[in-house]
Ligand binder design. Structure first.
Ligand code: SF4
Length: 397
């Protein structure tokens, strides 16, 4: 690789030099040492091999025993990767176990109703993932006999599977030298290789993928290498307080040598938060609760919630705000909830009320209390149902 770099007129990037052989200490080098790289630069093969070796040795010692690491079944790897996107490991574990108990194979998932998949996903957020998972399971059964393809191109043809998931399944389940980059990997690379760019930029993302491909080519166990990188980002090279003193690759870390650990990666511009005020209807009808289904195509499409009105600039409700066919008489507020979804900061006032007449608007239905556990509810409605104040709704009707 070094030869190829010279031929192409590129500088091969080498490891940080340390005369003492110890980890580079902040301030002990005039230049920023470490493994700083620029787009197109090739990694020194010796550095790449050493990084991979040291990190996999560390992973073998420090890896967390997570349920999806019990075997390398591609279906299980795929489900865990889908659940872990934007979601913490501790949150995912119970969902993963319940999901696998109910849908142990891709055939079982493909044969399920999407409503049942959403119900099991309820509370995990980013519900499009559940719909996509279900649709992809059907494609896998119809087009590939339920087997996850081994060719990257075939995997990427599946709806809802992007380069990250393809890299994860192919490397972890099949041991193929396929790269992946997630938020953890991007952060580790930004520090290790001193990537100054905006993490949201195409250039930054292209460079992280380029580095990931170059490194995975040196791994004897590509799946473990990819997991080791992510594990390093999750346990050691964390966003705010990286534990550089116990980092297995600190000798090669450009940001540590340059005293720039806390500068990298550059902070992303945060979108402004939006305040949203909602009125949520808690209406009993016999032993049932009235719920409404969210419309197709928007956020949390198809999930069920307590009937909800957004107040908007007006700040108060008008009778016409309820959908056609709903005859609602609102009573007193029973409680307030705070909830956040992406950049929306929600304040919801839950009010008791009565829905008159047997007929309901098309998107509304009555759900018996004992059936609620099987319904795909929004996070806010789940929060309301377990709030202490909601007991009054059940007790007083
Ligand atoms: S933990 Fe510290 S030394 Fe290790 S890669 Fe991250 S910034 Fe570098």
């Amino acid at each position: 690789m070094a030869k190829r770099a010279q031929k192409a007129g590129k500088r091969a990037v080498g490891p940080a030099k340390s005369r003492t052989g110890r980890a580079p200490r902040p301030g002990n080098s005039k230049k920023s040492g470490g493994a700083a790289t620029s787009p197109g630069e090739e990694l020194d093969p010796a550095l790449a091999a050493r990084l991979v070796r040291d990190l996999v040795v560390w992973f073998d010692r420090e890896r967390r025993a997570l349920p999806w690491r019990a075997d390398r079944n591609p279906y299980r790897v795929w489900i865990s990767e889908a659940m872990l996107q934007q979601t913490r490991v501790e949150t995912v574990i119970p969902y993963y176990l319940r999901f696998l108990a109910r849908f142990p194979t891709v055939e079982a998932l493909a044969a399920a109703e999407v409503e049942d998949v959403l119900a099991l996903w309820s509370g995990l957020g980013y519900y499009r993932r559940a719909r996509t998972l279900h649709a992809t399971a059907r494609e896998l059964v119809e087009l590939h006999g339920g087997r996850f393809p081994r060719e990257r191109e075939r995997v990427l043809e599946l709806s809802g599977i992007g380069p990250y998931t393809a890299g994860a399944v192919l490397s972890i389940a099949y041991g193929l030298p396929e790269a992946l980059v997630d938020g953890n990997v991007a952060r580790v690379f930004a520090r290790l290789f001193v990537l100054d760019g905006d993490p949201a930029s195409k250039e930054f993302q292209a460079r992280t993928w380029e580095l990931a491909r170059a490194l995975v080519a040196h791994a004897k166990r590509p799946g473990d290498w990819n997991q080791a990188l992510m594990e390093l980002g999750a346990l050691v090279c964390t966003p705010r307080e990286p534990a550089c003193e116990r980092c297995p690759v600190r000798d090669a870390c450009g940001a540590l040598a340059a005293r720039r650990v806390h500068e990298l990666p550059r902070a992303k511009a945060r979108p402004a938060t939006l305040d949203v005020a909602l009125v949520v209807l808690a209406a009993r009808s016999g032993g049932a609760l009235v719920l409404e289904q969210r419309p197709d195509g928007g956020r949390m499409a198809g999930l069920w919630q307590l009937p909800t009105i957004e107040l908007g600039a007006r700040g108060h409700l008008a009778p016409l705000d309820w959908p056609d066919g709903a005859s609602v008489v609102l009573a007193e507020p029973v409680g307030e909830l705070a909830h956040s979804i992406t950049r929306h900061r929600i304040r919801a006032t839950v009010r008791r009320g009565e829905v008159r007449g047997r007929a309901l608007p098309p998107a509304w239905r009555r759900v018996a209390r004992e059936e609620l556990a099987g319904v795909a509810l929004t996070g806010l409605t789940r929060k309301a149902l377990v709030a202490p104040f909601f007991r009054a709704v059940w007790e007083r009707g």
